[in-house]
Design a protein around this ligand. Structure first.
Ligand code: PBG
Length: 335
C-alpha cells in the first residue's frame, strides 16, 4: 500500500534540503571558524599561577607567563587575537587612574611578552580607566560627575602607552564623547599610523557586565552606575549615531556590546555601515551559559556553537568570547 499522500501535494518541501548532513552542509548560509574569534583573558600579578573567578566558571586570572601560554594555545587553535584585561590591586588604583598609562602596567607587560613570544598573535587592549580608577568608573570623577574632556586626556596617554607596548588593536570602551578622534590623532602624531582601533561603539549600560567587574576587581569600587556614558538599552537609532561618529573619527572596526541580547543592533549596524562589525559575548552571557552547562541543564558543546553562530547570522564578522578556546576545539573536531 502506498503511504498516505496529501492532495494537493506540497510541491515546496523545505525539508528536502534538511534530509542529510551533506546537503545541510552544502546549503548552510553562515559559518563560524576559529579565525572569527577573539579570546578575552584576565591578567594578574605574580608568576606561574592562576586564580579561578567564581562568577565565571572555567575562567581564571592568569599571571603573565600563563597568559603567554594561553596565547600559544590560541595560536595552536587558530584563534587570531587575544584581548587582555588586568586585575588591578587596590594599591594601584587612584582617583586619576595613573596606572592606566604606566608603561609597565600588567597589560602592557603582558602585551610585550605575548608579542615577543608570538609576533603573529593579535593583541587587543581596552582603553578605559575603570580597572585603575578607585571610583570604578571609565572616566575621571569629580564631585560625582564623570568629566568627559579630562578623561580624554587620560585616555590619550593610556592609548599611547599601549601602542608603545606593541598592542595591535586599541579598543576604546569608555564611551566618552570624542575619544576616537583624540586617540587617532595621538596615534598619527606619534608615529603609530598602523595601530588599529576597534571602538566599543554601541556599548550599553548593562547588568551583564557583573562578573567582569568581579574579574578585574572593580565590583566593590564602582560608585553608582554608568548610565551617563553607556547607552540606554531601550535605544537603537542612538547606536547608529555612535557608530557613525566613531567611524568618522577614525575607527577601523566597531563593536556592539553586550552580544546575545543585542543581535538586532549587530544586524542594523552591519547592514547600515558595511564595516567590520564585532560583538562581545560578555561575562554575564558567559556566566549564564557556563552555569547552566555546569549544572547539566544545557548541552555545552551545542549551545556554545549555536550562541556564537547566532552572531555570524546577525552579520557580525567576529566575536569576543570567553568560550573561544572551547569553541575553536569544537570547530576543529567537527571539521
Ligand atoms: C570596561 C569594560 C567592561 C567590559 C569590557 N570593558 C565593563 C564595564 O563597562 O563596566 C565588560 C566585559 C564583560 O562583561 O565581559 N570599560
Amino acid at each position: 500500500m502506498s503511504p498516505a499522500r496529501l492532495a494537493p501535494f506540497p510541491f515546496s518541501r523545505p525539508r528536502r534540503l534538511r534530509q542529510a548532513g551533506w546537503i545541510r552542509d552544502l546549503v548552510r548560509e553562515t559559518r563560524l571558524r576559529p579565525e572569527d574569534l577573539i579570546w578575552p583573558m584576565f591578567v594578574r600579578e605574580g608568576v606561574d599561577a592562576e586564580e579561578p573567578i567564581p562568577s565565571m566558571p572555567g575562567v581564571s586570572r592568569l599571571t603573565v607567563d600563563r597568559a603567554v601560554e594561553a596565547a600559544r594555545r590560541a595560536a595552536d587553535l587558530g584563534i587570531p587575537c587575544v584581548a587582555l584585561f588586568p586585575y588591578t590591586e587596590a594599591e594601584n588604583k587612584s582617583p586619576e587612574a595613573e596606572e592606566a598609562w604606566n608603561p609597565d602596567n600588567l597589560v602592557n607587560t603582558a602585551t610585550r611578552a605575548i608579542k615577543k613570544a608570538l609576533p603573529e598573535m593579535g593583541v587587543l587592549l581596552d582603553v578605559a580607566l575603570d580597572p585603575y580608577n578607585s571610583d570604578g568608573h571609565d572616566g575621571i570623577v569629580r564631585d560625582g560627575v564623570i568629566l568627559n574632556d579630562e578623561t580624554l586626556l587620560a585616555l590619550e596617554k593610556q592609548a599611547l602607552a599601549q601602542a608603545e607596548a606593541g598592542c595591535d588593536i586599541l579598543g576604546p570602551s569608555d564611551m566618552m564623547d570624542g575619544r576616537i578622534g583624540v586617540i587617532r590623532r595621538a596615534l598619527e602624531e606619534n608615529e603609530f599610523p598602523d595601530t588599529m582601533i576597534m571602538s566599543y561603539a554601541a556599548k550599553y549600560a548593562s547588568a551583564f557586565y557583573g562578573p567582569f567587574r568581579d574579574a578585574v576587581g572593580a565590583t566593590g569600587a564602582l560608585k553608582g552606575d554608568k548610565k551617563t556614558y553607556q547607552m540606554d538599552y531601550a535605544n537603537t537609532d542612538e547606536a547608529l549615531r555612535e557608530v557613525a561618529a566613531d567611524l568618522e573619527e577614525g575607527a577601523d572596526m566597531v563593536m556592539v556590546k553586550p552580544g546575545m541580547p543585542y543581535l538586532d543592533i549587530c544586524h542594523r549596524v552591519k547592514t547600515t555601515f558595511q564595516v567590520p562589525t564585532f560583538a562581545y559575548q560578555v561575562s554575564g552571557e558567559y556566566a549564564m551559559l557556563a552555569g547552566a552547562i555546569a549544572n547539566g541543564w544545557l548541552d555545552g558543546d551545542r549551545v556554545i556553537l549555536e550562541s556564537l553562530g547566532a552572531f555570524r547570522r546577525a552579520g557580525c564578522d567576529g566575536i569576543l568570547t570567553y568560550f573561544a578556546p572551547q569553541a575553536a576545539e569544537l570547530l576543529d573536531s567537527a571539521g
